[in-house]
Every structure is written in C-alpha cells, then in structure tokens.
Design a protein around this ligand. Structure first.
Ligand code: IMP
Length: 191
C-alpha cells in the first residue's frame, strides 16, 4: 500500500520508511515533484498537521499523513510550541532559536520541557485520524553535542545524562516524540 507523507524532508521519509518496513511504501512530496512549501497557518500543532494533510489529500486524492512538532517549555507557558521553527526570527535559524530559549530561561529554576509531535492521517476514503507522541525532559544551560538538529543540543530527555544531540539516531528514534507518534500511526495502519 502507498501512503503520501506530506513532507519535503528526505531524512524524515527515510526514518519513517525504516520504522514502517515493507508493508507500506512512503511517497514524499519530492517523489511527487511537489516542491512548493505547504502552509502552516494554524495555532496548534494538530491544526497545522491537519491543514497539510487535507491540502495533500485534496490535491492527490490518496491516503496521506502530515506531522508538526513543537518544543513546549513549562515555565514559558508552552512556548515556543507551534512557533518552534521560527521562534528566534523568520529566517528559521536553529542557533537563534536556541539563543532565545536560553536567554528567556536565564535564572529560571524550572527547566522542564517536552517535545510533542502531532500526526494527522487521512485514509483513502477521506476519514481523518490523529496521533501524538511526547518526549519529556529538561533544557540545559548550554549546548552540548554535535548530532541531531533544531533544539537537540539543549534538550536532555528524562532518564538520560546526554542531550538529544549526543544520543545515536537509533536511540533518539526509540524515545523521541516523532518516533512515538509514528509508532502509533504504524500500529494503526497494521491493525
Ligand atoms: P517540524 O514540525 O518537524 O518541522 O518541527 C518544527 C521545529 O521544531 C523544527 O524546525 C525544530 O526547530 C523543532 N524540532 C522538531 N523536531 C525536533 C527534534 O527532534 N529535535 C530538535 N528540534 C526539533
């Protein structure tokens, strides 16, 4: 069975195809030669994931899913949340995003945070389904580690001494927000 993943990020496609195995073939927007940026103008992760999935379903008429992820910091009332990609400015710089988080948390004792991923899946007859994955942890005072992307160097998942940027991709996928959300989707698809 073919499913479209509403993304232009080949790393995400590889990650998910690895997780899902051979039962479903994942086609990305790149495979379909669709290179325009998808709109994400909603105020929640769920809203953005659904907006992207609906757009792709309407355009291609096939089963598809989309994801949206945010870093939610307790003492910042859930910020940066849905604005995670562009928190430090419109240029979407990982460096600037991290700098802003660290400066807002200066002197703050409560450094609890979580990554949350929302997935919206639309099946071939147009029914909408929702999945979620959460990874709890805390925000360090400095960046540590070279791997990963985004906020990885300042996020230490619960139960680990290392940041996401220090953990292997395999370990990160096992415990991460996106890995868990994708696992729920896969369980549903295979049921
Ligand atoms: P997206 O919805 O997957 O594009 O994620 C939105 C933003 O959240 C990204 O631009 C990153 O800043 C951040 N983000 C998402 N997933 C991760 C992750 O696994 N580690 C660190 N940052 C992430």
């Amino acid at each position: 069975m073919h499913i479209i993943f509403a993304t232009q990020n080949p790393n995400k496609v590889l990650e998910i195809q690895n997780q899902i195995g051979e039962s479903h073939a994942i086609e990305s927007l790149l495979d379909l030669n669709f290179l325009e940026e998808l709109e994400e103008t909603q105020e929640t992760l769920e809203g953005n994931a659904l907006q992207k999935a609906r757009f792709v379903y309407q355009k291609f008429g096939k089963a598809c899913f989309a994801d949206d992820t945010g870093l939610e910091i307790e003492s910042l009332n859930g910020e940066p949340g849905v604005y995670s990609a562009r928190y430090g400015g419109p240029e979407k710089s990982f460096e600037k995003n991290i700098d802003l988080v660290l400066s807002k948390l200066k002197g703050q004792g409560n450094r609890k945070a979580q990554f949350r991923t929302a997935i919206a899946y639309i099946d071939k007859i147009g029914k909408e389904h929702h999945f979620e994955g959460v990874c709890k942890g805390d925000i360090l005072k400095n960046k540590i580690g070279e791997g990963g992307f985004g906020y990885d160097p300042i996020f230490r998942p619960e139960g680990y001494q290392e940041t996401f940027a220090q953990l292997s991709i395999a370990v990160k996928n096992e415990i991460s927000h996106r890995g868990l959300a994708v696992s729920s989707l896969i369980k549903f698809l295979k049921a």
